[in-house]
Design a binder for this molecule. Sequence first.
Ligand SMILES: [Zn+2]
Length: 266
Amino acid sequence: MPASHLLNLGFLEADSGFFVRGGNASTASNLHPEPTRRKLAMISVLISHPTEGLMLFETGAGKEYIWGEQLNDIFARVDYRPEHELENAIAKTGHSINDVKTVIMGHLHLDHAGGLENFVGTGVPICVHEVELKHAYYSVATKADLGVYLPKNLRWELNWQPVHGSSWDIAEGITIRHAPGHTPGLCILQINLRESGTWIFTTDQYHVKENFCDSVPQGWLARDHSEWVRTHQMIRSMAKHTNAKLVFGHCKETLDLYKQAPECYM
Ligand SMILES: [Zn+2]
């Protein structure tokens, strides 16, 4: 059975309106509400699998947090420490980034795919839903959603391995599920562990716990709302039937509830 480490890949801070619908909205009785900002964690999961070796789910923002002056100002990196670098975060678990055998991507937005730079030319398979890969390339090439997707994270020299269909049992105890909404090809990851039970890593279907717990959709970062609602129904059912622990895309408050590397869950 696999074991998994939760990796903290650093923090961002931005206006709450990006993550929670209606956040910071003015009203007739309060034309100028005090804007609230939200501190977010970037999260990755390292799975040590008995037959597949080390598997990594998502990769954070990458070594050089350079998205351009405007984006850096909107999504400001805060409380940076070298231990947040992917290589160092993996080293904390006693493993080396060079030993990662498979990378699974929930989606390819810049704050998740930046760490793919470590795998260019290595031949390590990068598993991502075919719809996400197509959408990411289209978004960059046509500039339809350039900014959240970056050309530097879509290098053709990466060993892209498309995931097809609605779900794929990539290894014993590990299932990738297509969960469109935040992006058309987003996938969540389900991991079944012997002692701690079922875990669901939602990537940015949910940025913060309110999106799931209170069914409040995402704010300005929402894309396809109808698909988001359908996926929300699926994950609520999964969570109920498996009594899963959920890890949301960026919810620092949720991450803080769990043990982080070097500790692990069995
Ligand atoms: Zn994100």
